[in-house]
Design a protein around this ligand. Structure first.
Ligand SMILES: *Cc1c(COP(=O)(O)O)cnc(C)c1O
Length: 380
């Protein structure tokens, strides 16, 4: 079956007991046992809950993986992947990533005695050069946050092959509708389901999907042992989001392409980063690796911080907020918001300048969105 059909049906079969078309919200922490050790597959909701189980099945299906695990947040899913590491292990990570993932590597994973080397996302061979004998994991994000660079998943996978290195891709920006890293050879996909998958800015959640049974067992063990699981209502909201993921992603992309083209001709805009623009250096790779370009745009204004402030304060539709991937359009200022936890020098080296803003283009009417940008840019 194709994506749109699986997204509505897999894991979301009508309820056996009542025929309810939607998976019930099993708001329960525990389950009656018929006799000691005799139960229906559920004992305690940290370990397993039917609403979460439905979500995990749906997540695996839309990523075309065998196993899905749901978490209480994207960072909980990320640390669950890193839990496969032990003291003395080494990680190679792309040098442009979500600030919270960098913070995990630098402040938490490092305390386990695991070291990280950052590879240049513009140069896949730098991943190879960064490898050490003790490298056990490669962590990458594509498109990257916030400059929307595209990393060649197949190339990075080929570097790791035959070396017992688990390659994980944070697929949050593309969503499984536009990119399926497991089909390109990645071992693990991680999501912040907070973003496109749930899609309505109403929950915080995460996911890990894999085809590798041994990795699945390890990460599932960690999920239960560390306990950062989503509650039944949040699981249900993510399930509902998955049903409309395909149509939302198509609209996000259509609007983003329209706005990216508009911005790239605007006299007050210095540079637009959107992989769907033909002149973007990532266009060809994005076209090959993804089935669409997504709904995120970053751009630099010609003016400095005060121009950015005037621009943002005059927007009426775009909401100044962290996060992305919801139906409503958001704007964010990476230097002070999502990437504030990265030291300034490191941030500037990665090209996250003080005049950079990031748009999460929603599914409102595209002309209304353009008019809002045009009006606010007149103040920049
Ligand atoms: C938001 C985000 C995360 C973290 O997810 P949370 O749900 O906020 O914990 C990880 N990676 C990317 C790319 C994100 O955008």
């Amino acid at each position: 079956m194709r994506f749109e059909t699986r997204a509505i049906h897999d894991g979301q079969e009508p309820d056996d007991l009542t025929g309810a078309v939607n998976v019930p919200v099993y708001q329960t922490s525990t389950y009656r046992q018929d006799a000691i050790g005799k139960h229906k597959g559920y004992e305690y909701s940290r370990t397993g809950n039917p609403t979460r189980a439905a979500l995990e099945k749906a997540l695996a299906s839309i990523e075309e993986g065998r196993f899905g695990l749901a978490f209480a947040s994207g960072v909980a899913a990320t640390i669950a992947f890193f839990s496969i590491l032990k003291p003395g292990d080494h990680v190679v990570a792309g040098d442009e990533m979500y600030g919270g993932s960098y913070r995990l590597l630098e402040r938490i994973v490092s305390k386990w005695g695991v070291t990280t080397t950052y590879a240049d996302v513009d140069d896949p061979s730098s991943f190879e050069r960064a490898l050490q004998k003790n490298t056990r994991a490669i962590w990458m994000e594509t498109p990257t946050n916030p400059l929307l660079k595209i990393v060649d998943i197949k190339k990075v996978v080929s570097i790791a092959r035959d070396r017992r290195i688990a390659v994980a891709v944070d697929n949050t920006f593309a969503s499984p509708y536009f990119q399926k890293p497991l089909l390109l050879g990645a071992d693990v996909v991680v999501h912040s389901t907070t973003k496109y998958i749930a899609g309505h800015s109403d929950i915080v959640g995460g996911a890990v999907i894999t085809n590798n049974e041994a990795l699945y067992e390890q990460i599932k063990f960690y999920q239960n042992a560390a306990g950062a699981v989503p509650g039944p209502l949040d699981s249900w909201l993510a399930l509902r989001g998955i049903k409309t993921l395909a149509i939302r992603m198509r609209e996000h992309e259509r609007n983003a392409l329209y706005l990216a083209r508009y911005l790239s001709t605007h006299p007050k805009v210095r540079e637009v980063y959107y992989p769907g623009l033909q002149k973007d250096e990532n266009f060809n790779l994005a076209k090959k690796q993804m089935s669409g370009f997504g709904g995120m745009i970053s751009f630099e204004l010609k003016g400095g911080l005060s121009a950015v402030e005037r621009f943002i304060s005059n927007l009426k539709l775009f909401i100044l907020a962290e996060s992305l991937g919801g139906v409503e359009s958001l704007i964010c200022y990476p230097a002070r918001m999502t990437h504030a936890s990265i030291p300034e020098e490191e941030r500037l080296r990665c090209g996250i300048k003080d005049n950079l803003v990031r748009l999460s283009v929603g599914i409102e009417d595209k002309v209304d969105l353009k008019d809002d940008l045009a009006h606010a840019l007149s103040f920049a």
